[in-house]
Design a protein around this ligand. Structure first.
Ligand code: ADP
Length: 370
């Protein structure tokens, strides 16, 4: 019955909940957690229950599942010193689609051979269901991709073709000609940026990210990005607030620049009435990292939409955003690059007041290898 109902569910989160719930309740465990292979090939929390529900506890599980190349079940991971009893790989065909982490039983009794048999069954049914749901997700993602990309690329392309056509057919005063050529150039650059984003997505998805980490002084990189963004707006005031003794960071220069560029251009885009944009950077010594923040006074983000933003092709539909162009890839790329470099990204926002995006990056040790 479970296998039939799981097969009908096409949502990975729902499948995770059913799998973990069944294991935890049937065997009376203290907790369970399911990591699902995400879009980029890294593991994401599908669901967690009981002792693994806290973010801290889930953080402890992550290195455990990443350490092992290929996990074999049954295994006993209790020796690893955590509350984990079993790591159960979910394998469909040759593909590992997830890993189920289970705690010991509440009663601390050992697992019987029937228990192991049940878990094995759950893992194989769950893996098939997850694989099915992922295929559905990939197909719908591809559809979304084709429709958004073609629509968003079409708009600047139409402008280019239209203006070029007019320029060819008409005698125009110099000033007008210049202005139209500028429009063509701007739109050409927009298409370039979108194509770069799409290429990045395909690199991230296929796991082909290569990083050139180097020790970097942030103020230089920030002012480069700032110079570019200043050119794009005359409605915004920019304030830079960097502590004088800011530590160097260990990052890939291009990718870090791209992260800052995306966040700055969002700050401008999503504050269409202008306002102040503040870039701050400070040391976070306890954590051995540097935190950069970019704050705007724009349209803000409602708490309900908080979890959407860092996923591909997700844009918030509000009357205010209708006229703002984008394909919903910027923040996904920001998150992927940041995490690939060992950093973190998060934000605070209040609807109609503004948003602040934070990026924390590991500091570059004086002796760190470059
Ligand atoms: P895009 O700007 O191309 O839509 P992003 O991935 O950069 O894609 O952003 C995703 C969504 O997050 C945007 O569509 C917008 O709704 C929201 N968003 C991003 N940055 C901000 C911001 N600074 N203020 C308000 N909303 C934002």
């Amino acid at each position: 019955a479970l296998s039939n109902s799981l097969r009908l569910i096409k949502d990975t989160a729902e499948i995770s909940r059913v799998l973990v719930g069944t294991a935890v309740h049937t065997l009376n465990l203290a907790g369970g957690c399911l990591f699902v292979k995400g879009q980029s090939g890294s593991f994401e929390v599908g669901t967690s229950q009981g002792i693994f529900a806290g973010a801290g506890k889930r953080g402890q599980l992550l290195p455990l599942i990443q350490r092992s190349d290929r996990i074999e079940f049954p295994n006993s991971t209790g020796a690893a010193g955590s509350d984990v009893e079993f790591l159960i790989p979910l394998v469909a065909g040759e593909k590992e689609v997830g890993i189920l982490c289970l705690s010991p039983k509440v009663s601390r009794q050992n697992f019987s051979s029937d228990d192991i048999y049940l878990l094995q069954d759950l893992a194989s049914v769950g893996a098939m269901a997850l694989r099915g749901a992922m295929l559905v997700r990939d197909v719908s993602l591809r559809d979304t991709f084709v429709s958004i990309a073609s629509h968003e690329l079409r708009t600047p392309l139409t402008a280019i073709v239209g203006y070029a056509d007019l320029l060819l057919r008409r005698e125009l005063p110099d000033a007008t000609r210049k202005q139209w050529l500028q429009t063509i150039l701007d739109n050409g650059q927009k298409i370039g940026v979108m194509l770069d984003d799409l290429l990045d997505i395909s690199r991230i998805r296929s796991g082909r990210i290569s990083l050139k980490l180097e020790r970097l002084q942030l103020p230089g990189v920030l002012s480069e990005q700032l110079a570019t963004i200043r050119e794009s707006t005359d409605k915004h005031e920019f304030v830079v607030d960097i502590v004088p003794d800011l530590n160097d960071v260990l990052v890939d220069r291009d990718k870090f620049g791209q992260i800052m560029g995306n966040l700055l251009s969002n700050a401008v885009k999503y504050s269409p009435n202008g306002g102040r944009i503040t870039i701050s950077a400070r040391n976070d010594p306890g954590q051995r990292r540097v935190v950069v923040s970019i704050a705007d006074e724009g349209i803000g983000i409602s708490p309900a939409n908080k979890d959407l933003l860092f996923k591909t092709f997700r844009r918030i539909q509000r009357p205010e955003t209708h006229s703002i162009r984008g394909i919903g890839l910027g923040l996904y790329i920001v998150k992927e690059w940041t995490e690939a470099m060992g950093g973190m990204v998060w934000f605070d926002s209040e609807l109609n007041k503004g948003s602040t995006f934070f990026v924390a990056m590991p500091i570059g040790q004086p002796d760190s290898a470059v």
